[in-house]
Ligand binder design. Structure first.
Ligand code: RTP
Ligand code: MG
Length: 159
């Protein structure tokens, strides 16, 4: 049987509306997923309502950019991916690059945001920042997907 040498970790990646609206941009992001050898466990496109965004980003409620972020994320379809990799969370965030566009353009021009990000809000992609947030975010986007069960099912493959 197929065996992994190391255990896999899950993360949630989102292609934001600024990128989904332009296939040349979303295709470039998709290609980075493939180039970095992520396993695409699930993928779906959907249109958020404002209240879905408020819930997803509730940790940022009250921040100066919150309203702008909620409006932007519900302005058009997004594509969500459950990605698996040995170091999925950190690797995806590294490939995305810094949040702020001045920083990503100057210090990390080869990252997704450095290359394709438009502004601090319209920064092309999202990635979970911890195992706990990955679990929470996956269950928001993929309510039928059981994260704990997925990890349990993987276990015999790398024992
Ligand atoms: P993310 O959660 O999207 O992966 O990005 P992050 O951790 O790098 O950034 P975070 O601080 O969690 O912010 C979440 C999202 O809010 C928008 N934002 N806009 N100055 C602004 O206008 C501003 N700052 C943040 C971005 O879309 C960011 O990804
Ligand atoms: Mg964040």
């Amino acid at each position: 049987p197929l065996r992994w040498t190391r255990s896999l970790q899950l993360t949630l990646a989102i292609i934001k509306p600024d990128a989904v609206a332009h296939p040349i941009i979303s295709d470039a992001v998709h290609q980075r997923i493939l180039d970095n050898k992520f396993l695409i466990v699930r993928s779906r496109e959907l249109q958020w309502r404002a209240k879905d965004c408020q819930h997803f980003y509730e940790e940022h409620a009250g921040r100066f950019f919150y309203q702008r972020l909620v409006e932007f994320m519900s302005s058009g379809p997004v594509r969500a991916y459950i990605l698996a990799h040995e170091d999925a969370i950190q690797l995806w965030r590294k490939i995305m690059g810094p949040t702020k566009v001045y920083r990503s353009r100057i210090t990390a021009p080869d990252t997704i945001r450095g290359h394709l990000g438009l502004t601090d809000t319209r920064n092309t992609t999202h990635g979970s920042d911890s195992v706990e947030s990955a679990c929470r975010e996956i269950s928001i986007f993929f309510p039928d997907f059981d994260v704990s069960r997925w990890y349990e099912e993987q276990e015999p493959l790398y024992r």
